[in-house]
Design a protein around this ligand. Structure first.
Ligand SMILES: [Fe+2]
Ligand SMILES: [Fe+2]
Length: 250
């Protein structure tokens, strides 16, 4: 949990925001939407804001997005999120974005929003690996394009972070910014689960916490090299308290 010290004389600053966060709900045309509805209703009772950390749909079809959007009615608190790689699969990402945003999702796409004194800043992120084993921009154009995509996501995040005015902030990603929270996945796929470039960017700013998904078999908690708490909130990962979502207080 992230807890900040109250600032004397400023009640708005002192009040912690309770944030429910979950990733990778992967809504399919055959999904049991009662479970999703219950998740949104439970989160609305437990928190002030619900954060969705990407892979909102399973194959990125407008039909899946519509099924999810219908359930947003069960969410009575602000809904903030990023897309994941699965949301791009059908090649209909603009339609998916429109459906979800019109139903009330505040999409973070290299952008930020402020709710009750907390800045939410996010982007999907990309792959490329971690630390000294990170893929470098060398060789064939295809490799350089791959690395350029990871650098572009980090750059968009940096630009968005520069725009955050709030003293408290949460970064929302789909891909992992550190290796620690993907551990538990097969080592062979670590490079496809995230990129240290994201953590390098985030560590240049005062951030209270980071949430991500994508690594379904990863670990719940880790820290960036700069000490920022990182939570892998993929729906498949057991959360403290046994709820379907993590609760962070910022
Ligand atoms: Fe996923
Ligand atoms: Fe994913």
């Amino acid at each position: 949990m992230v807890e900040l010290t109250a600032i004397d004389g400023d009640k708005a600053e002192a009040r912690k925001l309770r944030i429910a966060a979950v990733g990778d709900i992967h809504v399919k045309e055959t999904s049991d939407m009662g479970l999703i509805r219950d998740l949104f209703a439970d989160a609305s009772r437990s928190a002030d804001v619900l954060v969705l950390a990407g892979d909102l749909t399973d194959t990125g079809t407008p039909k899946e997005a519509e099924r999810l959007a219908e359930q947003f009615r069960a969410c009575s608190i602000p809904l903030v999120g990023v897309l994941g790689n699965h949301d791009f699969e059908a090649g209909k990402v603009d339609e998916v974005k429109t459906i979800l945003c019109q139903a009330g999702l505040k999409l973070l796409d290299g952008s930020s929003t402020e709710i009750d004194g907390v800045g939410f800043v996010g982007t999907k992120g990309f792959a490329g690996g971690f630390g000294t084993r990170m893929l470098g921009s060398f060789g064939e154009p295809a490799i350089k394009n791959f690395v350029a995509e990871a650098m572009s996501e980090a750059m968009q995040l940096e630009i968005a972070m520069r725009g955050v005015k709030a003293k408290r902030s949460l970064v929302v990603l789909h891909y992992a910014p550190i290796q620690e929270t993907v551990e538990g996945e097969p080592r062979e796929i670590f490079p496809f689960l995230g990129s240290s470039r994201l953590a390098e960017t985030i560590d240049r700013f005062p951030v209270d916490a980071i949430v991500h998904g994508h690594a379904h078999r990863g670990r719940f908690e880790g820290r960036t090299p700069g000490g920022v708490p990182v939570y892998n909130v993929a729906s498949h990962i057991e959360k403290p308290g046994g709820q379907a979502f993590a609760i962070l207080e910022i």
